[in-house]
Design a protein around this ligand. Structure first.
Ligand code: ATP
Ligand code: MG
Length: 388
């Protein structure tokens, strides 16, 4: 049987003039996601993307699953195709939707006709397919008001398609359609989720990880690489930047008052992230901060941290409860890796009594003992890029 996958576009459809380029981004992302699953043809017509297998070995199950992680798609259906005449369509519906028709107690047919030369109206076509299905499955009755099953028939330019209940797509916007940001990726639960949420809004990201070897282990780095890899189905290919952070942390420990350790460290993260953004054309910094979760996440602490950058700092988790974040982490598949017990640089040299309501001036004073500029350039020069 001639099967294809239909992807219905989400917000992309609303974007008027930008629509073309959004669709192209999405088609590119879909193609990339299908690599390794066999040969497919991907095309876009009338706000629907068609994924057609071209070879015998094209893995339709894997492709159908993969399409569920592509941002910008709201609904996904697996459909069967046939020639454009009412008998062929009815025959195909009887065959292809057998399991659905046997399971459901009621159904209705909804037809769409974008090929206006087709000799029946949509209503006539629905009636004709509906009565054929009724005859074939007498236990499933027609109910046009509240059917359990909706049978979709679409007559398009090249063929007619039959499909039943679509599944939900990932929603959001195609990655790459909304610019680039630098995303601070720790090994924790939160930052993979914040990266995912910003990818959902169509932003390509450059994950940056601060690495404090030997205070944090090689395994801690491997864990972050793995988290990055787990995100690529959603975020697309990414290049992880691993920034050596040890010297900066030791300098802070040796020269600054303990209560400001974390804040000063976070200001360095922001400066380095901004520098990487400038080099890569990124226009924002993404973090997994969450209001009130830890001492460095009070409003005053965030103000002090963000004072060193002019870029917008996007914190998509800011108003969420931990439980909601954990639920998302499980859904996107990063949770089990995030909870592996390796130290993060934030837990090295943690102050016993961190300042929760810091004033910018006192932090700036504490920081004056450091040669900020040369520490930042040293870290930037020492960074390692890892293709995920
Ligand atoms: P997470 O679970 O993401 O680690 P968290 O609740 O532990 O978050 P913090 O440790 O205060 O919070 O870190 C806040 C944010 O700062 C993180 O969400 C992340 O975006 C960034 N961050 C923290 N540590 C690192 C690191 N080693 N490398 C890169 N970014 C980091
Ligand atoms: Mg953390």
């Amino acid at each position: 049987m001639n099967e294809i996958i239909l992807l219905k576009l989400g917000e992309v459809v609303l974007k008027g003039l930008n629509r073309r380029s959004f669709e192209q981004k999405l088609v590119g992302n879909v193609r990339r996601r299908l690599l390794g699953l066999g040969e497919f043809q991907v095309s876009c017509m009338q706000s629907t993307i068609y994924v057609e297998p071209l070879s015998e070995d094209a893995d339709m199950d894997a492709a159908f699953a993969a399409m569920q992680d592509v941002f910008g798609v709201v609904k996904i259906s697996r459909a069967a195709a046939c020639e454009k005449n009412a008998d062929a369509i009815a025959g195909l519906a009887i065959d292809y939707l057998k399991d659905d028709m046997l399971r459901a107690k009621s159904f209705k047919v909804e037809s769409k006709r974008s090929d206006k030369r087709f000799p029946m109206t949509s209503i006539q076509l629905s009636q004709s397919v509906g009565s054929a299905l009724s005859d074939a499955y007498p236990d499933c009755v027609v109910d046009v008001h509240d059917p359990e099953l909706i049978v979709n028939v679409e007559v398009r330019d090249l063929a007619a398609y039959v499909h039943a209940a679509p599944v939900d797509g990932a929603g959001g916007m195609p990655v790459g359609s909304n610019g680039t940001a630098v995303s601070l990726l720790s090994g924790g639960i939160d930052s993979p989720v914040s990266t995912w949420m910003i990818a959902k809004r169509g932003v390509r990201q450059i994950p940056v990880h601060f690495f404090s070897f030997p205070y944090t282990s090689q395994q801690a780095k491997e864990k972050v690489i793995e988290l990055g890899r787990l995100l690529t189905p959603w975020c697309g290919d990414m290049i992880l930047e691993v920034v050596p952070f040890t010297h900066i942390q030791e300098e802070i420990r040796d020269k600054c008052p303990e209560e400001f350790f974390t804040l000063i460290m976070r200001r360095f993260m922001m400066r380095i992230a901004e520098a990487i953004a400038l080099q890569t054309g990124a226009k924002a910094i993404v973090t997994g901060e969450n209001l009130g979760q830890v001492a460095s996440q009070t409003m005053e602490a965030m103000a002090v941290t963000q004072a060193v950058t002019e870029l917008p700092v996007l914190q998509p988790l800011v108003g969420m409860d931990k439980e909601e974040i954990v639920r998302l982490a499980r859904k996107i598949g990063t949770f089990d890796t995030s909870i592996l017990p390796y130290e993060d640089c934030c837990t090295v040299f943690t102050p016993r009594h961190p300042k929760t309501h810091p004033k910018l001036q006192e932090v700036e004073q504490a920081e004056a003992a450091l040669d900020v500029e040369s520490l930042v350039s040293e870290a930037l020069e020492g960074r390692e890029k890892i293709r995920l």
